[in-house]
Design a protein around this ligand. Structure first.
Ligand SMILES: Cc1cc2nc3c(=O)[nH]c(=O)nc-3n(C[C@H](O)[C@H](O)[C@H](O)COP(=O)(O)O)c2cc1C
Length: 170
């Protein structure tokens, strides 16, 4: 069991967090907005971390405020999956780039990442920091332009995460 910790600037991610939890009921026992989280909230074997990209490829203010505290969290032995919200047409030069800031930090702190080979198909954008080896490094959602695709994207990704976790255990 694990926890989903997320940031948001204008509240869109609140509901998305619920929908991701619903897709992985056996893996997520609690949702925590990062503005209410402390270091002890990261004391889990499995974590889903995410939120929207703001500014110019930046984290939301709530994640930015907490970010230095991640240096006090030991991610060794923890498995992390990431998700990000963005606007591919409005900010196609920096689409969902903030997810990469979390990715780099948890990797540096020892985490194993799952759900990190999400295909780029179905998106149109010029640049994203969150593309590594021709894949997104986590679940990508665009509630501004493609809300109708969100359920399928969550479901497909959740299945991958579930399978990757199962194969790690067995
Ligand atoms: C001022 C502003 C800056 C934004 N910057 C980016 C960006 O750099 N990259 C991106 O993909 N989306 C960007 N977005 C789009 C948001 O990520 C998107 O609207 C998201 O759904 C907001 O989620 P939230 O309400 O949970 O914060 C920006 C939106 C606004 C209004």
């Amino acid at each position: 069991m694990g926890k989903l910790i997320y940031g948001t600037q204008t509240g869109t991610t609140d509901e998305i967090a619920e929908r991701i939890k619903k897709a992985l009921p056996e893996l997520i026992h609690e949702i925590k907005p990062i503005f209410r989280a402390g270091e002890s909230d990261f004391d889990e074997n499995f974590l889903i971390l995410g939120g929207s990209t703001w500014g110019d490829g930046e984290l939301t203010d709530d994640w930015s405020d907490f970010f230095p505290q991640l240096d006090a969290v030991d991610f060794n032995g923890k498995t992390v999956a990431l998700f990000g919200l963005g606007d591919q047409y409005g900010y196609g030069y920096n689409f969902v780039s903030a997810m990469k800031l979390l990715y780099d930090k948890v990797l540096e702190r020892g985490a194993v990442i799952v759900g990190d080979t999400v295909p780029l198909e179905g998106f149109e954008f010029d640049h994203s920091e969150s593309v590594v080896d021709d894949h997104f490094i986590g679940l990508v959602l665009d509630e501004v332009n493609q809300p109708e695709m969100t359920d399928d994207r969550i479901e497909t990704w959740a299945e991958t995460v579930r399978n990757q976790l199962l194969s790690k255990v067995s």
